[in-house]
Design a protein around this ligand. Structure first.
Ligand code: FAD
Length: 418
């Protein structure tokens, strides 16, 4: 049986792994629009959390399997259509994730200085499509959202360069962030402390930073909150002193605000403040040079397949005849990397039950098609060359220095210039 998986993030790689177990003799092609695999493991997970990023070694083992081929720099919709893939393969699975930031839909959202976390995180992780945000003279940052992505953003901004040693945050971005006169990071949630979606471990990390100290804007809210592990960590922050005293070495305040609903981004030509509505109906303004909204993501259409409410409608992973979906594209943007593993198990089972070998051409058909279009695609060997080159040029302070353009990646993979 010939199967194409569109997307080489955790969901795509786990699905390939499960199919290898369930469908003896299958041939699987994993296609990604970028020359490099692993989706948000490479471009979402924070650069200073290398232990989490190391899951890519497990995913890579699947891509290196002899029954699996990697087609990098092939975008479904640009280089090949879904309909063409369905003509080459017995089954096609979308593992395209949720690539677009959800918007708040409030005034001022297009002001320079307001950015969605997907775009911001893609920028500091060196994604080739990422636009450079206006990082200049940043004194105060507002981070909207109460999940781990908000914590990641705050932590990467709050850390000083020595704390980023060993990460894969690029030299230039490390320097740019360190050069900002940063004093305040405000993490703002619409609901209360007991409803926050942080994980205790990630939250507690903010209490152990060299130049930043966490504070609670309104300690009374903690007193009233139900006891949860998160509330416990926030109480520890309170116990460590909830005011910036003159002896305090740590110059950056990370302030937690609860029960504030965003109303508008305010500024002339660029962001100057974020306006919120408090529980009592009063409006509150927090000065900000940068606002990062961490409020979720939605899937993009893939040719004729269109998401509804941010994800692809499906029945246990099936969208249509021979067309499947897995991971964030299937269930929406929640859950950790491991959640895509259990998801992949179910979808692989469904494919194994539903689909039979139709004698289709598989990768041979795709390769011929791409060659006829002079598409510059690469295989697993090409990706390994990019990987080796990134590690080799990292220097002593980081584990890798990523190539941040597709052209550089293709060059490192051995592809001649277009
Ligand atoms: C900022 C952030 C931090 C996170 N941190 C953690 C963490 O610390 N720990 C944790 O467990 N989880 C974390 N997660 C969650 C984790 O990254 C996701 O659960 C997981 O990556 C979802 O996997 P996926 O394969 O569905 O999507 P993705 O990882 O997004 O992969 C989708 C892939 O599809 C490709 N693609 C998209 N469209 C096309 C197309 N048309 N043609 C070809 N290819 C295409 C993309 O290039 C990408 O490689 C984080 C998420 C974010 C956003």
């Amino acid at each position: 049986m010939k199967i194409a998986i569109v997307g080489s993030g955790p969901a795509g790689c786990y699905l390939a792994d499960q199919l290898l177990r369930l469908v003896p003799g299958c041939a699987i092609d994993v296609i990604d629009r970028l020359p490099v695999p692993f989706g948000l493991v490479r471009y979402g997970v924070a650069p200073d959390h290398q232990a989490t990023k190391s899951v890519s070694r497990i995913l890579d083992r699947t891509l290196a399997h002899k029954q699996v081929n990697f087609f990098g720099n092939v975008e479904v919709g640009r280089d090949v259509t879904l309909e063409q893939l369905l003509s080459f393969y017995d089954a096609v699975a979308l593992a395209t994730g949720a690539q677009r930031d959800r918007r708040l839909g409030i005034p001022g959202e297009n002001l320079p200085g307001v950015i969605g976390s997907g775009s911001f995180v893609a920028w500091y992780n060196g994604h080739p499509d990422a636009k450079i945000p206006p990082i200049e003279n940043i004194k105060s940052v507002v981070v909207i959202g109460n999940g781990n992505v908000a914590i990641d953003v705050a932590r990467v901004l709050a850390k000083e360069p020595s704390e980023l040693a060993g990460s894969d945050l690029s030299h230039d971005i490390t320097q740019l962030l360190a050069a900002q006169p940063l004093r305040e990071i405000h993490i703002v949630g619409r609901r209360g402390p007991a409803d926050a979606k942080f994980t205790p471990h990630e939250l507690a990390e903010l209490g152990n930073l060299k130049r930043a100290k966490p504070f609670i804007a309104d300690p009374e809210e903690l007193e009233k909150a139900d006891a949860t592990p998160i509330v416990g960590v926030l109480e520890k922050f309170l116990e460590n002193g909830n005011c910036q005293d003159s002896n305090e070495q740590r110059s950056v305040s990370v302030v937690f605000h609860f029960y504030l609903a965003p109303v508008a981004f305010v500024g002339y030509g660029r962001l100057q403040a974020v306006k919120f509505r408090a529980k009592d109906g009063k409006e509150v303004e927090i000065a900000a040079d940068l606002a990062v909204t961490c409020i979720g993501y939605e899937s993009l259409p893939c040719c004729t397949a269109k998401p509804v409410d941010g994800k692809f409608a499906n029945a246990d992973g099936k969208i249509d005849e021979r067309l499947y979906v897995v991971g964030w594209a299937k269930r929406g943007p929640s859950g950790v990397i491991a959640s895509s593993r259990s998801d992949a198990q179910l979808v692989a089972k469904k494919i194994a039950e539903d689909v039979s070998d139709g004698g289709r051409r598989g990768g041979e058909g795709l390769r011929e098609h791409l060659q006829s279009k002079n598409a510059r695609f690469l295989d697993h060997t090409g990706w390994k060359r990019i990987n080796d080159a990134e590690v080799a040029r990292a220097g002593e302070h980081r584990c890798r220095e990523k190539f941040c353009s597709v052209e550089e990646m293709l060059e490192a993979s051995g592809k001649s210039p277009s």
